[in-house]
Design a binder for this molecule. Structure first.
Ligand SMILES: Cc1ncc(COP(=O)(O)O)c(C=O)c1O
Length: 502
């Protein structure tokens, strides 16, 4: 225990001792149970009267931070541990960085919390159906990996990802025409991590990013978290409108264009081949890279989609992101990125600080699924199932939706995007729908500028056909009730409060 007395100070010496002991307890220099020096010894050491130390110790005992007993001495009390006697709780709110403040959007957390809620038909989260998870094959792959690699399955691995898995992913991408080498691939813990890493290496606060409007809410959260200025570009039936994009590119200098050209989240729209070429040409003309996010491209319910932008790119403009979450197992947390070498290098180095490398055991499992053809078979089996679910939802909407409501008819992917009738507010509908036992995500969550308030996104892959029909019935009960209420001016309710997901 170190005490430095200032004899010139107006503060009495015993109070200086009290203040310094409390400070040392609070910052941990004096741990619980530490004996304070005997009174006489401290008085001699500090060259003060013994009553000064006696008074100081008496006041310290009164704070509850130290205890004293005759014969045992004076020690730091364990009451300090529960913080009961600390003067103030730590003011955490004052410590958060500006980045933490920008990251305070709970929408994704709340959305995932709704998955599997009893009694609720969930059209909210973009989740695959657990019933189809290939658990038996997974068990087989796991036990084979353990037999072959034993304890080596759990050692640290390469930051960029296990090379054999990167090679298998190269072969997987080649199915969609993407020519990449294993050196251009980074294995990720989900494509969400890819968005975060791309933002880390390319964005500074104030930088501009072009986004589709509406677009994937998790990307909006990342770009907002990075302090980026979002430049929204509206969509039409063929994806991002290039006339509007050109105006934006001519006026601003965005760091990149973020796009989902294939079965877009949330609208389901797909960009045709001609526009893909035109987008690449425009990006090349303005020297702006493209981040192509492609979680859904394998899930086509008819013809295959046009080649990915990454497959058409001849100039090294495209950062391609994809994931196993929508085809396979979202909880596996595996995705990947394929990009030009300088970006791969930057992302890999940034990744060291985040989680060091991807989970080794899960990389082996995915490698087995890819190289044995199990994943391809799994996806081939999923397509007709999800197609039937999409059709069930479209048919239910056709049968039950009131006039004035419209929706997209996606050729693949996970989502149908609905425009509500009249000026109906999606957030108000979300509250009514929750009462009926059905959930969805409101359009504003996908909007870079809070628009799309009278739109909703419906996921059709996470519920059975019967549940879908029942869920749409419940939803339409809520829509009609709200339409009647909106039509009655006396009872028109303001936009309801809760966050979009219920
Ligand atoms: C467009 C898009 N990108 C990225 C992700 C993130 O997926 P994950 O991190 O599970 O790979 C999602 C998930 O919904 C998505 O829809």
């Amino acid at each position: 225990m170190e005490i430095h007395l200032d004899r010139e100070s107006a503060t009495p010496l015993y109070r200086q001792i009290v203040a310094q002991v409390i400070a040392q307890i609070e910052d941990g220099r004096l741990a619980v149970g530490t004996l304070l020096p005997p009174e006489r010894k401290l008085a001699d050491r500090l060259d003060v009267n013994r009553t000064t130390v006696v008074t100081a110790y008496r006041d310290l005992v009164a704070t509850g931070m130290v205890e004293a007993r005759v014969g045992r001495g004076t020690w730091v009390s364990d009451a300090v541990m529960d913080g009961a006697n600390l003067p103030q709780p730590l003011a955490w709110q004052t410590l958060f960085s500006p980045t933490a403040e920008r990251l305070r959007d709970p929408v994704m957390r709340d959305l995932l919390a709704t998955v599997g809620r009893p009694g609720m038909i969930g059209f909210g989260a973009g989740a695959p159906e657990p019933e189809f998870f290939p658990v038996d094959l997974f068990r087989r792959a796991m036990s084979e990996a353990l037999d072959t690699h034993g304890a080596n399955l759990f050692v640290y691995g390469a930051v960029q990802g296990w090379l054999p898995l990167r090679e298998a992913l190269v072969a997987w991408m080649a199915r969609g025409g993407i020519q990449a080498s294993a050196e251009q691939v980074v294995v990720l813990h989900g494509s969400q991590q890819g968005l975060d890493l791309v933002a880390r290496v390319l964005l500074e606060p104030g930088d501009a990013v072009v986004v589709e409007s509406p677009t994937y809410l998790g990307a909006l959260q990342v770009f907002r978290g990075a302090g980026a200025r979002l430049l929204p570009v509206a969509l039409d039936q063929e994806g991002m409108r290039l006339d509007l994009l050109e105006q934006v590119l001519a006026r601003h200098r965005p760091k990149f264009i973020y796009t989902l050209p294939t079965y877009q989240n949330p609208t389901g729209v797909t960009m045709p081949l001609a526009r893909r070429h035109a987008l690449l040409a425009l990006a090349a003309r303005y020297g702006v890279p493209i981040v192509e996010d492609d979680p859904y491209g394998e899930l086509h319910y008819g013809d295959e989609p046009p080649p990915r932008l990454a497959a058409l790119d001849r100039r090294g403009l495209v950062i391609y992101l994809s994931t196993m979450s929508k085809l396979f197992l979202p909880g596996l947390r595996l995705g990947w990125l394929a990009a030009p070498p300088p970006l791969v290098e930057a992302v890999t180095l940034a990744r060291q600080n985040v989680d060091i490398h991807p989970n080794s055991a899960m990389q082996h499992i995915l490698h087995t699924f890819l190289t044995r053809g199990w994943l391809a078979e799994h996806v081939a089996a999923l397509r007709p199932t999800y197609q039937a679910r999409r059709d069930a939802m479209l048919a239910a909407l056709d049968r039950m939706a009131p006039a004035g409501m419209s929706w997209s008819a996606p050729a693949g992917g996970y989502f149908i995007w609905c425009q509500l009738p009249g000026g109906m507010r999606a957030r108000t509908l979300a509250v009514e729908a929750a009462r009926e036992g059905v959930s969805f995500v409101t359009g504003d969550a996908f909007s870079p500028n809070g628009n799309a308030r009278n739109a909703i996104r419906l996921n059709f892959t996470g519920a059975s056909e019967d549940e879908i029909t029942e869920g749409i019935r419940r939803l339409m009960v809520a829509v009609r009730r709200l339409a009647r209420r909106d039509a009655s001016p006396a009872r028109a309710a303001p936009d309801a409060g809760p966050r979009p997901v219920v």
